[in-house]
Design a binder for this molecule. Structure first.
Ligand code: ADP
Ligand code: MG
Ligand code: MG
Length: 199
């Protein structure tokens, strides 16, 4: 079972990974975007950690709703509302239970990834965060480690794709040959799940 502590550890590990990789995320967002993805997420996840420390929400649902709300209000770019919706919606689906099963979490996250796809009008193959998130949630029923590997592979799969959503799509064919920054940060965030679970 997963308690509020697990979800705090997850988001804290995700914040640390984003912080460590911020420069790389911004570099990836330079040829096919506006070179702010690393700084956007660094600011957003730092604010998430601060709020979680201050408010110490007691349930998995409350942790995720608070974190999602914080991302939406702190991250200006496209990724803020998308990641914020992902967390907030997952939190709402988990309700007020003090502990949730891994299966319940996997189901809630999968449904929320689908909602993010609807929100941004994007699907797998459009060269966005969904290229990492969709295979990750499909593998989540197996294990956190399998989800992390699937997300990493999904992020790498964006290199030869032409972007059809977000800023990178303005470049048309010139977006080909670059890894999508959002898919790359998604892989970091999913990998942090395995860390929070202890390996
Ligand atoms: P912005 O593009 O507004 O500067 P960021 O640089 O923080 O925002 O985030 C860019 C990332 O957001 C992209 O690499 C992509 O993965 C993701 N993204 C952009 N638009 C969409 C969308 N419509 N659906 C899903 N993901 C998207
Ligand atoms: Mg950007
Ligand atoms: Mg921007």
């Amino acid at each position: 079972m997963l308690d509020a502590g697990f979800f705090r550890r997850w988001l804290t590990a995700a914040a640390a990974a984003v912080d460590r990789e911020a420069e790389r995320l911004t570099e990836l967002d330079s040829p096919i975007g506006d070179a702010d993805h690393g700084s956007n997420l660094q600011r957003g996840f730092a604010a998430v950690v601060t709020t979680l420390d201050q408010e110490a929400p007691a349930t998995p649902g409350a942790v995720l709703v608070l974190a999602g709300r914080q991302l939406i209000s702190t991250v200006g770019g496209a990724s803020g509302p998308l990641y914020g919706t992902l967390l907030r919606r997952t939190g709402k689906a988990l309700g007020e239970a003090a502990e949730v099963s891994e299966q319940d979490f996997a189901d809630a996250l999968k449904e929320s990834v689908e909602a993010v796809g609807r929100l941004g009008g994007a699907a797998v193959g459009d060269k966005t965060m969904l290229d990492a998130l969709v295979p990750a949630v499909d593998a989540l029923a197996e294990s956190f480690t399998a989800a992390a590997a699937a997300a990493e592979k999904g992020a790498e799969s964006t290199v030869p794709l032409q972007a059809r959503k977000g800023r990178a799509s303005y470049l048309g064919e010139r977006s080909i040959g670059h890894q999508d920054p959002g898919a790359t940060s998604s892989a970091l965030i999913v990998t942090a799940l395995a860390e929070a679970a202890g390996g």
